[in-house]
Design a protein around this ligand. Sequence first.
Ligand code: PMP
Length: 309
Amino acid sequence: ALTPPEKIWFNGQIRPWFEATTHVLTHALHYGSSVFEGIRAYDTPAGTAVFRLTEHIDRLFDSARIYRMEIPYSKEDIINACKEIVRTNNLKQAYLRPVAYFGYGGIGIVPGPETPVDVAIAAFEWGAYLGEGTQERGVDVGVSSWHRLAPNTMPTGAKAGGNYLSSALIAREARRHGYAEGIALDAQNMVSEGAGQNIFLVKKKKLYTPPLTASILPGLTRDAVIVLAKQLGYEVIEQSIAREALYVADEIFLCGTASEIVPVRSVDSMKVGSGARGPVTHAIQKKFFGLFTGETADTHGWLEPVENP
Ligand code: PMP
């Protein structure tokens, strides 16, 4: 459950958490017309830093552009606001949730000039998304009977509120079957992603992940894993992955901002490898979490301090 912090950034102002409210005829509530980001700030030896903040905000603006939504702030405004709300709430580590949405105005599907674009940024403490201990122990997943959105239906490259109805069907079905998460196939029946994570398979020490054309969100954690895995000397191959590859992989892991990096210990009740976290997954986890302890050098400028230097 969410422990509410004191403040939230809402349309350019720092407001008390419970005062960031909207009308029930808000466009986004009816039509899913919001775009958002999930971002993590970590407590590093050099102070609290937001992981790939600028790139997350770039993606937010890309998502908005796809839906012809004009965010009434500059990227710089939003980046500064993200840092400010972490500082204001005195958070050492945080999950940040910027959201831009068509607000209260018209009720037609096409938002007209009477429909504002509202923007909020929440920052709060949030533990491991798939549960405490799962990053060591691993999780059980199942292939979903729900597929991800087909190309040219709704763009999965945009992180839009409406897309998460697909994610909710996948995740709920998975939980109902006793799995921590569901793995969706794309419209071509190839492996796509989890409800809120990208997926990697390891086979003979090589990493495989579905390409951007597999109806995935281009995850920033996915991208970080590719970079770090290559630094560790692993080959990373982005290619279409058939369902059966999940059943014969040596290792599988999920990755995303909220989940971070989580080993998969079984798929459809079949053990992955030995059924425990594998060595490649572990090495990549160490490299990734090392960014936040200082053990891994931040050679790409991924850590953006919340205190202005
Ligand atoms: N796919 C989906 C559907 C997601 O919701 C997320 C989480 N934002 C991801 C992948 C992973 O993306 P990122 O690493 O940028 O958080």
